[in-house]
Structure formats: C-alpha cells, structure tokens
Design a protein around this ligand. Structure first.
Ligand SMILES: [Zn+2]
Length: 402
C-alpha cells in the first residue's frame, strides 16, 4: 500500500478500485458476478481478487452448496481493511469521526471551541485530537485512506478556505497546513456533503431530485438534480439564506440586510426572542432563558413552550413558518424537485407542522402545482451528518479517481 491503502499507479490498480467500488455498491458478490459486471476475463479478475486479498481489503465467505464441485465464494469489502477520518469544524465544535471501510462510524469525538476561532489554536486542537483518536483505536497509519474536512463556507477544490463567515476565516490554506502536518491524503469539502449522508440513510433518495433545506446556525440548501450534486460556477449554488426578504431588515453575517438567514437562523431566532423579552413580552420562555442560552437551546425551549401552547411561542413558530413557506415555494418554482428535505435544529422540532403548512402554501404559490408530486421529508442523518457525508466523499473519490 504505497502511502495509502489504495493507490493509482497503474491500470491494474485502477481495476482494483473498480472492483472495490462494485463491492461497495453491490455488497457481497461472487467472482463470476464481478466478471459480468466489469466485463473482465476470469483470470484478470482472479489476479485482482488475489491482490486485494494480499492487501487485506476484502473478505471471502464460502457458501454451503448442495452440488458437487467448488463451493461458491462471496467476496465483500473487509470493513477493517481501511479507515477514513471525517472532520467537521463549526463555530461551537470540532467533530471528529473514525469510519471503517464501509463508512460505518466507529468512534467520534466532539471538541468544544471557545470564542477564539483563530486558525492556529483550532488547528492545534484538531491535530492533537486526531492523532489521539488514531492512536487510541490502534489504527496502523498506512490503513488511513484519507482525512475529509468540511466546514461552512466557500472552499476551493485545491483546499483553500476563501471565506467562512461563521469561523471568521478568509483565504486560509487549510489543506496545505494539514498536508504539512499529516502524511495522509487530505480533502476539503463544503457542507453540501451532508446530502450524501442523507441519501445513505434513505437510499431511495438516490434517484430523486432533491431540494435539501437546512435551517440551523445558517440557512442554506443543497441540490441533487438527476442524481448529481450540483455545485454551480463558483460552487456557491443554493445560498437561499441570503435572499433578501426584508429590505433594510436585520443585519446578516454576509454584510447585507434583511436576508432570510438574518430572520430565521438559530442565532436570529435567539436574537428575536431576547429582543422581545427585553420589550416586556409575556411568555413562559422568560423562566428558562438567560444570557448564556445558546441558539440550539433556545429552539428546544421554544419547542417546549409551543407544546404548552404559549401564545408568544406560537407566534414565533408562525414567523418561522411564514418565511420558510415563501422560501420553499420559490425553491420549488426554481428547481422543480420531487423531494424537499427539511433539516437543521430550527425546523426539525416542528417538522410535521411546518411540512403541512408548506404543502398548503405550495397550492397558492407554486406554478402548476397540481401537475407536481413533492414529498416533504425530515432529515434522518442526525448530528453526525457532516462527518458521515465527508467520509463518504473521501471513500467515493478514492474508489473513482484515476
Ligand atoms: Zn446574508
């Protein structure tokens, strides 16, 4: 394994990747099935299989057979043949996940970040914890397929963070820095990779046209059109959160005013509730919230207050709903999806209510609504969606690159 578990020095190794990609896609299959799917001759496939066996990347399981002759053998990926590390950096936490060759999460660590998001301290924490994780699980360094890192912001394929407003990073050569530190392949991805984790948790989505609408610390969207993730000319497609909703409205992190994100992101909702409390609004939220309340916590308090039919809390929910409905209708008119996924801690607690309201709103605001059929689904990938998604991106690239 030249530096990595799978390398790409020759056509032979390309064939190894092709077979591994088939095993990843189809699960355990026989050698003759591999011949059919690859259209390679049986001796070539035998050579590939024996090379993968030597590298400990596959497992073989003989099946009981009623007939005479050789028993059929099913070949599958050895889950412990390679490992992938997924990293999410957000303003609150660095989340690290160690994944096996099937992209199953083996162990994860969440490292809280204080208010200092300067590059060097964050990198220091990442480096020490990442090495600690690999050594704790006693993973041989040569079995690490790669490290995938994802964060909120604009990142180039070369690994430069052009702008991450939540972290306050501008033109940061993140990949370069990590390549100087670790002897493993490094990939940097935008947070659009979370849709890969979503599709893995709901495989039927693979063939759909998806508008994935995330409402959390930021507001943004990811698009799967005709089975492909769409990026756009400058990889900034889907910035629906920066659509102007109220001209001269609240200031947004992007520097403009009145963006959707400045109205219904978690921090925006927290700010609105705090302003209304300071204004003397009567609500049970007053009992629970203080200066230390974080955005995600404030949405949990809002959920509890809505359950108790608190009038103010219900009005905040309707405020979220109205803006969400408008944005969802615009998105459907623009992108023609057949699935809308609502994700993020602002929308998840109220999914059923919001989905119903959005569906009602479509009838009034979506062009030719009656000819369309759109499923509205909750996100199912959970809090680990980003580390899962970025690990999958690393695996896909490793198995498909030339
Ligand atoms: Zn904005």
């Amino acid at each position: 394994m030249d530096k990595n578990a799978i390398d790409s020095r020759s056509a032979g190794r390309r064939n190894e990747k092709m077979v591994l990609a088939l095993l990843e896609k189809h699960g355990p299959i026989s050698q003759s099935r591999i011949c059919q799917l690859t259209r390679l001759g049986s001796s070539t496939v035998s050579t590939i299989v024996s090379r993968l066996r030597e590298k400990d990347l596959i497992q073989e399981h003989p099946l009981p057979s009623g007939k005479r002759g050789a028993k059929p053998v099913l070949i599958r990926i050895n889950p412990l043949g390679c490992y992938i590390i997924g990293v999410e950096i957000n303003p609150n936490t660095i989340r690290l996940g160690l994944f096996d060759f099937h992209c199953e999460l083996i162990e994860q660590i969440a490292i809280p970040l204080g208010n200092d998001h300067s590059f060097d301290p964050v990198m220091g924490l990442l480096e020490i914890n990442l090495r600690g994780l690999v050594s704790k699980k006693m993973i041989p360094p040569e079995k690490i397929l790669g490290i995938g890192i994802t964060l909120s912001g604009s990142v180039t394929p070369a690994g430069l963070v052009e702008l991450s407003s939540p972290l306050g990073w501008k033109m940061v050569p993140l990949k370069q820095r990590l390549m100087e530190t670790f002897n493993w392949p490094i990939e940097l991805h935008s947070n659009k990779v979370r849709l890969l984790a979503e599709i893995r948790s709901q495989p039927a989505l693979q063939s759909k046209n998806i508008f994935y609408f995330n409402i959390a610390d930021g507001v943004g969207s990811t698009l799967l059109i005709d089975g492909r993730l769409i990026h756009g000319a400058t990889r900034r497609i889907g910035e629906l959160g920066h659509m102007t909703v109220i001209p001269n409205g609240p200031l947004c992190g992007c520097g403009h005013r009145g963006c959707l994100e400045a109205l219904i992101s978690g921090p925006a909702i927290l700010q609105k509730i705090n302003a209304d409390l300071a204004d003397g609004r009567q609500t049970i939220l007053r009992r629970w919230m203080d200066q230390q309340t974080k955005p995600e916590q404030s949405l949990e308090f809002l959920r509890q207050a809505v359950e108790q039919r608190d009038r103010y809390a219900l009005s905040v929910l309707d405020f979220i709903m109205e803006h969400l409905c408008r944005a969802a209708s615009i998105a459907v008119n623009l992108f023609d999806p057949d699935v809308l996924i609502l994700a993020g801690y602002v929308s998840q607690p109220f999914f059923s209510y919001l989905a119903e309201q959005i569906r009602n709103d479509f009838a009034d605001h979506v062009y030719d609504w009656h000819s369309r059929k759109i499923e509205i689904l909750p996100s199912r990938a959970g809090k680990e969606a980003l580390i899962r998604g970025v690990a999958q991106a690393v695996l896909q690239n490793a198995l498909t690159s030339a």
